[in-house]
Design a protein around this ligand. Structure first.
Ligand code: SF4
Length: 392
């Protein structure tokens, strides 16, 4: 039924949107896995799965955008709003460095937050430059396109100048958050105040032109159709053809708990994406996005077991050790506690691969993390959310 598409994949031909539609409709998800896995092994022939030593730091939860799928934000003026003091951010990085060691740019901080009207470009420039000078081992993989667009707007600067100044202050690379589904009709339904499709794409285009690396994401399983998902993948593939700066693609499904969208039966049908939908989506993405090297497992939303299975559906990377996660857990899903380093390595080995540490640019890092150092650092430093009470 899909032999002609399988032939195209075997000979390295590019798939069309119509091919992707047929793959999505193909009833045998295991066959999609075989095709996607063959492409993964062609690109990365070694039986290895990489992982990254990293930590999420959600520096502020204050956000005026109020996306209907988001359980993380607090509106400006909320008593539960916070902005972490710099010392608190540094304490979190101390923990990460104690865990990950001192190889240059080997420890990733994924620092993201809401669109906080009080934080302008100078706040970020000062914070990034301080982190850069204090922590040579840290890769600053920070901000979403959405945050960057807002920083430019608040600071009355063009996007390219804003990104250049952030880069010069120490921002190394940009995560793909905020993409959701790149279709404006969908964006209007799930978060109408959010940036438009072309604005999100432009941030990544500009960053690639400036020599920066970014990642691409997709959040599915809410109000979109399969055609919207394929349109999203087409946008990502087109931008990658232009600049080649996406290092990886990561997809996860909508987490409905404590969100306005999840509570609204007029917009959401209440059916959370299944494991098969996830595996199908991962496989089709690997097959369609023929110009992106790496695909990450989504254990934060899918849990360790589906993440492990996805290693045979085109995924070659287990993502970050993620010492801390606040956004998805706010929406009722949390697998971070069960995913320590030992368990991540066990899951990878048990699936038939050797775990290998990498940095944000997917270069191998020889030094392994030291969990004992993390425990000691945690005793010394004030951890995580004591600053939750700090008003923004
Ligand atoms: S998803 Fe981002 S932009 Fe939207 S409300 Fe949450 S923090 Fe704000």
């Amino acid at each position: 039924m899909i032999q002609d598409i399988a032939d195209k994949i075997a000979t390295g031909q590019r798939l069309t949107a119509a091919d992707a539609r047929r793959l999505y409709a193909h009833p045998n998800v295991a066959e999609l896995g075989l095709l996607a896995h063959a492409v993964r092994m062609r690109r990365h022939p070694r039986a290895e799965v990489t992982f990254n030593v990293g930590r999420n730091i959600n520096y502020t939860n204050v956000c005026w955008v109020k996306c209907d799928f988001c359980a993380f934000y607090r509106a400006p003026g909320s008593a539960e709003g916070y902005t972490l003091p710099n010392e608190e951010i540094f304490a979190k990085i101390d923990e990460l460095v104690a865990f990950g060691g001192d190889t240059p740019k080997s420890n990733e901080i994924l620092m993201q937050g809401g669109l906080n009207p009080k934080l302008r470009l100078d706040y970020y420039e000062e914070l990034f430059s301080q982190i850069q000078s204090r922590y040579p081992s840290v890769q600053q993989h920070c901000l979403s396109a959405t945050e960057i667009i807002y920083i430019a707007h608040l600071s009355k600067l063009p996007l390219d100048e804003t990104i250049r100044r952030l880069r010069d202050a120490g921002l190394d690379s940009i995560p793909g958050a905020g993409a959701e589904i790149l279709n404006d009709e969908v964006r209007d339904i799930i978060g109408f105040r959010k940036d438009r499709t072309q604005e999100w794409l432009d941030v990544h285009r500009i960053a690639h032109r400036l020599g920066m690396r970014t990642t691409a994401t997709m959040m599915y399983g809410h109000v979109e159709t399969l055609d919207h998902r394929i349109e999203h993948l087409q946008h990502i593939r087109d931008v990658q053809d232009e600049g080649g700066g996406f290092t990886a693609f990561i997809t996860w499904n909508f987490q409905p708990d404590a969100t306005d969208l999840g509570a609204d039966p007029k917009r959401w049908n209440g059916a959370k994406a299944t494991g098969f939908d996830h595996l199908r989506t991962v496989a089709v993405s690997r097959l369609f996005l023929d110009n992106i090297d790496h695909f990450q497992a989504s254990w934060v939303t899918q849990g360790p077991k589906i993440a492990q299975v996805s290693l045979n559906y085109g995924v070659d990377d287990f993502g970050s050790t993620m010492l801390e996660e606040n956004v998805v857990s706010a929406a009722g899903t949390s697998h971070t506690r069960e995913m320590d380093l030992a368990n991540m390595q066990r899951l990878i080995r048990n699936a038939g691969y050797e775990p290998c540490r990498r940095d944000t640019r997917y270069e191998r890092v020889a030094a392994l993390p030291n969990p004992q150092a993390l425990a000691l650092a945690a005793q010394r430093a004030p951890t995580t959310s004591s600053a939750q009470a700090a008003a923004s």
